[in-house]
Ligand binder design. Structure first.
Ligand SMILES: *Cc1c(COP(=O)(O)O)cnc(C)c1O
Length: 622
């Protein structure tokens, strides 16, 4: 189970030395020794970094630099920095013990965290020599972290993550997402961010707030609120995940993070979309991207061309991306390409075909239906017969891979018949695109609809239609603005501008998914992997005595429906979810079934393990 394993605290200003005053006097004294007056606010600016770097940063502030140079009579040298540092260090060492009181609520919070099995690490901008002055005083007050790394014990201090890494190594924690960094300065937060840990800024007692406990009591509540607000902003700007008033809030924050980690547990989704995706596909989303600049438009055009090339040539055909789930693209085809007064034939054998009927009905299109049983493939001869009987049919629509049952319809034959009869052919290839051949020209298809989150193994919610340019450049029949593919096409071509807000992060992920598709070896490789998944699944299920419903000759390698018998779906679902698998309920109306998808970033080994887990579950019930 994923959960927070360590909290790594900063020292001065966070767990000891309320307001972080010990170093402050050192910096002021150091510069005073060269006749330069610096303000407490200036002295605090770089707080949290290794102290010699802190001196360097102060000496680089323009007015301080100018005064120093004037008083020294030359440009500031390393020797001058070292002299400043020596004054700083001697003042600090004198002051350290006086400022080593443990801050309010620290020991109680540490106890509460430890009682949850959480380790306590620590990092400091102090050197080991400085730290050695205070640890025994702090220990007497009841605060002893399990690990302490000082800035001079790593090659670089904050904001570099090396002190965090040394803590993690000593505490034997491998995943930085199981670590929380708590600190009182901007450089603390940056250290946590660069380590990829969770970060929490503490406001009260912080160097950022810069007040001692008396000052906190004395200033007006308005003033305090304004200072706290500024501190909050500084932490957020540095990338803090959370900002708390004081340590009492920390256990609650850790509870929230644990909830989030639990939600982020990797599950193998054995569903027909959204699917299990590659890590780099998900990571591609970690960027805020605007929609109008050239690089984004280029990305859009590149994606559309790559999609088109999977099933057609880019001279005659084009892809139109459409914001929304797959059904939006199917409905957009109906809206855009079917005239109200011309008859549409919907050939259906499942829930997705039935959805088309509803979409045609609501769009006010004239339509007729040819239905088959959910476990029977569409018969091309019956389609031929229907077209012969009703010559006023102008358009034929069907679903290629009926995800309801897991059946694959003979698309090539049906489309061929319809095309030969001069009809417009529109196909829902939602769950077959990029895994089955869907060659538009060879098959005689005018337009197909699919989405990013099926066999392309991208993320939801982004759909697309690949159609002949003749249709896209022709007159639109759409009575919906959002679903008008011709209008969308006019914006997207030639330079990739989305009509309305585009799903930027999903598009970035789709770019990565398409690259992976090519890398894997395209259609043939994906076909082979899904087929191998399907074979491993059916073989394992056969051994468990669980039978599939759809006759083998019509069974796809996309998703498979199994007979549940008297097994409880809810029980089985919960048990398999605990094992890291998410299965899918059945959708057949007349039988107790469940479905297992074999698409996504999944491999035969996953199905072998699934069947083993299922076997254990079945045995445990007997
Ligand atoms: C997934 C799917 C759809 C689209 O469903 P949405 O929930 O709108 O994404 C349509 N048809 C088939 C065959 C599908 O598998």
């Amino acid at each position: 189970m994923k959960h927070i394993e360590a909290v790594i605290f900063d020292w001065a200003g966070t767990t000891v030395d309320y307001g972080c005053f010990a170093p402050l006097k050192g910096f002021i004294d150091a510069f005073a020794s060269k006749g330069v007056k610096i303000t407490p606010a200036e002295a605090r600016g770089p707080m949290g970094v290794l102290k010699i770097d802190h001196i360097r940063a102060l000496a680089a502030i323009p007015h301080i630099k100018a005064e120093l140079e004037q008083n020294l009579g030359h440009a500031v040298t390393d020797d001058d920095i070292n002299e400043l540092y020596n004054v700083f260090e001697s003042t600090l060492l004198e002051n350290l013990v006086a400022y080593s009181t443990v801050n309010p609520y620290v020991t109680e919070t540490v106890d509460a965290l430890r009682s949850q099995g959480i380790c306590i690490g620590s990092t400091s901008a102090y050197t080991r020599a400085m730290m050695d002055r205070i640890t025994s005083h702090v220990a007497k007050q009841g605060y002893v972290p399990d690990c302490c790394v000082c800035a001079d014990e790593v090659s670089r201090g904050r904001p570099y993550p090396y002190m965090m890494w040394k803590n993690m190594s000593e505490l034997d924690i491998a995943d930085p997402r199981h670590v929380v960094k708590v600190g009182d300065t901007v450089s603390d937060i940056r250290e946590g961010v660069s380590a990829d840990a969770w970060t929490v800024g503490v406001v009260m007692g912080s160097s950022e707030l810069g007040l001692n406990e008396d000052e906190v009591r004395e200033i007006s509540s308005e003033e305090l609120l304004a200072l706290k607000k500024k501190t909050f902003e500084r932490f957020c700007e540095a990338g803090a995940d959370y900002v708390i008033d004081d340590m009492r809030e920390l256990p609650g924050i850790i509870g929230q993070i644990n909830d989030q980690l639990r939600e982020m547990e990797p599950h193998k989704l054995l569903t027909p979309g959204p699917l299990t995706t590659r890590r780099s596909v998900k990571l591609a989303q970690l960027a805020d991207h605007c929609t109008w600049d050239d690089s984004y438009k280029k990305l859009t055009v590149g994606i559309m061309n790559d999609i088109t090339k999977i099933c057609a040539d880019t001279d005659e055909y084009a892809t139109v991306l459409l914001q929304g789930s797959g059904s939006y693209a199917v409905e957009a085809m109906i809206q855009t390409f079917c005239r109200d007064d011309e008859k549409l034939l919907i050939v259906e054998n499942g829930a997705y075909g039935k959805r088309m009927i509803k979409q045609a009905e609501m769009a006010g299109k004239k339509y007729t239906v040819l239905s088959f049983d959910m476990c029977t493939a569409i018969d091309p001869k019956a389609v031929q017969k229907k077209l012969d009987e009703e010559p006023d049919i102008k358009t034929v629509m069907l679903v290629h891979s009926e995800t309801t049952s897991g059946l694959i319809n003979p698309l090539k034959e049906i489309a061929g018949i319809a095309k030969a009869a001069g009809k417009t052919v529109l196909v829902d290839t939602m769950s077959s695109f990029a895994a089955y051949e869907t060659d538009l020209k060879a098959f005689g298809i005018d337009a197909l609809a699919s989405s990013a989150n099926k066999c392309l193994e991208g993320l939801p919610v982004l759909a697309f239609v690949v159609a002949t340019k003749k249709l896209l450049e022709g007159e639109s029949c759409s009575k919906s603005l959002c679903l008008d593919l011709c209008d969308q096409y006019r914006y997207l071509y030639p330079d990739g501008k989305f009509r309305f807000t585009s799903p930027t992060t999903v598009l970035l992920a789709l770019r990565r998914a398409l690259d992976l598709y090519k890398l894997e070896g395209g259609l043939e490789a994906r076909k082979a992997r899904y087929q191998a998944n399907h074979d491993a699944l059916t073989e394992g299920m056969r051994r468990l005595g669980i039978t599939s419903i759809v006759p083998e000759k019509w069974q796809s390698y996309i998703i498979t429906t199994f007979d549940l018998g008297d097994i409880s779906f809810a029980d089985m679902y919960a048990r398999l979810k605990a094992d890291g698998f998410v299965i899918y309920p059945g959708k057949l109306t007349d039988k107790n079934t469940f479905r297992i998808g074999t698409i996504g970033d999944l491999y035969p080994k996953d199905y072998e393990r699934l069947c083993k887990c299922l076997e254990e579950y079945l045995n445990s019930g007997k």
